[in-house]
Design a protein around this ligand. Structure first.
Ligand SMILES: Cc1cc2nc3c(=O)[nH]c(=O)nc-3n(C[C@H](O)[C@H](O)[C@H](O)COP(=O)(O)O)c2cc1C
Length: 322
């Protein structure tokens, strides 16, 4: 069924199909599929190990319907403080032969106000809701820190966890935060900001950082994260490299060609820290997910695998934690 749908959908522009799909997911389902056993990570009870990675529901339009497919968690965003259009289209490309995507979205966002409005209200049973946050454009690290702080304040009451995105390749300068000497200072500041909300919330609000697979200095990056008080790491975002792929468009590559780089990065980071790790990058099958769990990940996130394989992939991964 999903294959038939996909073969029709793949004749159209990727972003158009995506928007149409999200419209469908806006119709909330009543019954939420239950599969898998709960896992406790960073002080939060997740109904299963599998989540939807950031970027699929950037503006919080479809998360309630998407939850009915069996995701244990959904990461909305990346949201920026003010609305912004992102890069000119086309900015998503399919590479079906490689089971990959290339995107250079550049954080199109409806902005914090609109997304805050969409995250309130009824929550599907047990669903863990993450919000990924990023700065408007990028001028300098000080400005970016202010944007992250604003977003922490806006989303603290609504999110179960917050993800600091310092690894999108499509916002020029952003990745300099990830490997620069200022990372620890930035994260310290954001942890302090998060801490201000804890007493009012009366619950945990983990802060996680999402890293790229292209980082040149993982040892110091992970040391900075470890010292900062951050609660976990998402490993990884897309790559600007083109391992085994010949395709001229610029942007971040995701899907199967990213798998070995992401897994390798996960293994290296596992050796460097005891923090909980969330695996993302080229997870196209339940076996891929199992391999990441065996390599030390506590949770799994899918994006491109979900586009190519559909909801059965979500259920197959959810069952791993039974
Ligand atoms: C079209 C597209 C948009 C994305 N947007 C974001 C984003 O806004 N924030 C983010 O942290 N990651 C974003 N990502 C990265 C995904 O969350 C994921 O980490 C990456 O694609 C690797 O996983 P995959 O191979 O399963 O797709 C995006 C990916 C795609 C394909």
């Amino acid at each position: 069924m999903y294959r038939a749908l996909r073969s029709i959908a793949f004749r159209f522009d990727p972003e158009l199909v995506h928007a149409a799909g999200l419209l469908g997911y806006r119709i909330p389902r009543i019954h939420r599929r239950r599969a898998g056993g709960t896992v406790s990570v960073m002080g939060i009870e997740f109904p299963n190990v599998v989540g939807l990675a950031a970027g699929y529901d950037k503006d919080g339009r479809g998360w309630r319907g998407l939850a009915s497919l069996g995701f244990g968690h959904i990461e909305v965003g990346t949201v920026t403080p003010q609305p912004q259009p992102g890069n000119p289209r086309p900015r998503i490309f399919r590479l079906p032969g490689d089971r990959a995507l290339i995107n250079r979205m550049g954080f199109p966002s409806d902005g914090a106000d609109a997304v805050v409005r969409r995250l309130g209200g009824r929550r599907p049973d047990g669903l863990v809701l993450g919000v990924s946050v990023g700065p408007n454009g990028f001028s300098d690290p000080g400005r970016a820190a202010l944007d992250y702080e604003t977003l922490i304040d806006r989303f603290a009451p609504l999110a179960d966890y917050l993800a600091v995105n310092v690894s999108s390749p499509n916002t020029p300068g952003l990745r300099s935060l990830e490997s620069g000497p200022d990372l620890e200072e930035l994260l310290h500041r954001l942890v302090a900001r998060r801490d201000r909300h804890l007493a009012t919330l009366g619950r945990a609000l983990p802060l996680v950082v999402k890293l790229s697979p292209d980082s040149t200095d993982l040892v110091s990056t992970v040391a900075a994260i470890d010292h900062s008080g951050v609660d976990g790491i998402i490993v990884t975002n897309t790559t600007t490299r083109r391992p085994g792929v010949t395709f001229a468009e610029s942007g971040g590559l995701s899907g199967r060609p990213l798998a070995s780089m992401s897994l390798e990065t996960l293994r290296r980071i596992r050796d460097l820290t005891d923090l909980p790790l969330i695996a993302s990058g080229g997870i196209m099958t339940a076996d891929d997910a199992q391999e990441r769990l065996a390599a030390g990940a506590s949770l799994i996130q899918v994006y491109t695998g979900f586009v190519y394989e559909g909801p059965h992939l979500v259920r197959a991964i959810a069952r791993l934690s039974q």
